[in-house]
Ligand binder design. Structure first.
Ligand code: S3P
Length: 438
């Protein structure tokens, strides 16, 4: 494991392009692999996770050509995956394992999905249930990977997601696309909708019917037996990677960062409101749309003037909307005026690590006061932190979150297991170095 030293900074200034969105890259990789024809995907994520998805698609019969740069070409199987000769390795990627299960379940193959140690600790029962209802047999070991999917013809279901999970929603939509009949799905709390946009981009028809009464969840319906056609697309920059720099801008009065071509899908952009509430000033300089996804250029700096000394509360639907950004928001929370309270975030305990426990542990290592609750954290504001040895838990978002917190600490910080950043953002430390002034 490599250790990365982070020295305190004076400010952060400059412009930056973050890698292609991880969530969208997974979906484009999988749908391109199933589709007929060759998809050209520009700015595909450089992170290891979406490349796990590409590797799985190759094993299922798709052809993948990488380069130049972050471009990827995928020639799909035209609707019929082949029986892979070995287990499919999903690496560290929960998205790959869960979404792929839905994509391959309608095919007459037996496929085993494996992953690294962290992935074998993550809950998979949430995927097994709806796919079993549709007629697939899924074997798990105590609710965990390795997962063996015994696929075959599936029937449509009417499903309500019991937990807010875009991955579960996606698995059901991907299976429904290839099932007999029309599959419907409702989610109590709306999660990221990249799958809905991606399915439409590849030519599928999908409808959303509003709930009967105000506040009732809307219903998504997808007819089975639909064929997909290859696309040309540019993947927007990843808002969850941009988040590290948006949070860093909160730390210094004269910070000024411009983020180019970043994904601003409304189901991912609530982060910008949170940043504003914590003392950031964000200007949207440009916005355009491609395949249903918004791509924009944003400028962020710290707002002038006095900020509320009340803690900012993230709970309910907002928690689901910023779920991946919570580690970095928590890591910079001690430096904010009023601090941060995070509630309804029990899902954070079953991400690449137990992110609630690790954030609390690392904040305490840096000298911060923090209260850990079963479903979140309470972090007072206006605290001073010191450098420390950080345990990344081999979790990419923990490694990067505490690299940001380290910028305003007194003394140096060492991030143990810093190489985990490459799961979503291999260029992170170089980018951080380029923008940091000391
Ligand atoms: C993702 C959904 C979220 C998120 C993950 C990516 C996706 O997970 O935390 O990093 O691409 O659909 P859940 O669906 O488990 O909430």
């Amino acid at each position: 494991m490599s250790t990365q030293k982070i020295r305190p900074a004076r400010t952060l200034q400059g412009s930056l392009t973050v890698p292609g969105d991880k969530s969208i890259s997974h979906r484009y990789a999988m749908l391109a692999g199933l589709a007929e024809g060759t998809s050209r995907l520009v700015n595909f994520s450089t992170g290891a996770d979406p490349h796990s998805s590409l590797g799985c698609m190759e094993a299922l019969g798709a052809t993948v050509r990488k380069g130049p740069g972050a471009a990827v070409e995928v020639t799909g199987v035209g609707g019929s995956f082949r029986q892979p000769v070995a287990s499919l390795d999903c690496g560290n990627s929960g998205s790959t394992m869960r979404m792929l299960a839905g994509l391959i379940a309608p095919h007459p193959h037996t496929v085993t999905l494996i992953g690294d140690h962290s992935l074998t600790l993550r809950p998979m029962e949430r995927i097994r249930k709806p796919l079993a209802q549709m007629g697939a047999r899924i074997d798990l070991v105590d609710g965990h990977a390795p997962m063996t999917v015994h696929g075959g013809p599936l029937r449509a279901i009417d499903f309500t997601t019991p937990i807010p999970s875009a991955q579960v929603k996606t698995a059901v939509l991907f299976a429904g696309l290839q099932a007999e009949g029309t599959t419907s799905l409702s989610e109590g709390i709306r999660t990221r909708d990249h799958s809905e946009h991606a399915l439409k981009a590849f030519g599928a028809t999908l409808t959303r019917t509003p709930g009967a009464n105000p506040g009732d969840p809307s219903k998504l319906s997808i007819a089975g037996g639909q064929k997909l056609k290859a696309i040309d697309a540019t993947v927007p920059g990843d808002m969850s990677s941009a988040a590290f720099f948006l949070c860093a801008a909160l730390l210094f009065p004269d910070s000024n960062i411009v983020l180019d071509s970043v994904g601003m899908n409304p189901t991912r952009a609530a982060l910008m409101d949170v940043i504003a509430a914590l003392g950031g000033r964000i200007k949207v300089l440009t916005v355009e749309e491609q395949h249903g996804e918004l791509i924009g250029t944003i400028q962020v700096n710290r707002a002038e003037g006095k900020l509320a000394a009340e803690p900012y509360v993230i709970s309910g639907a907002l928690t689901a909307q910023v779920i991946d950004e919570l580690p970095v928001l928590a890591a910079v929370a001690p430096y904010t005026a009023g601090g941060l309270i995070i509630r309804d975030a029990q899902e954070l305990r079953v991400k690449e690590s137990d992110r609630i426990a690790l954030v609390a542990k690392n904040l305490r290592a840096m000298g911060a006061e923090v209260k850990e609750n079963p479903d979140g954290l309470e972090i007072p504001g206006n605290q001073s932190l010191h450098g420390a040895m950080i345990d990344s838990g081999t979790d990419h978002r923990i490694a990067m979150a505490f690299s940001i917190a380290a910028l305003r600490a007194t003394g140096d910080t060492e991030i143990d297991g810093a190489e985990a950043a490459s799961i979503s953002f291999p260029e992170f430390f170089t980018a951080l170095d380029a923008l940091t002034q000391r």
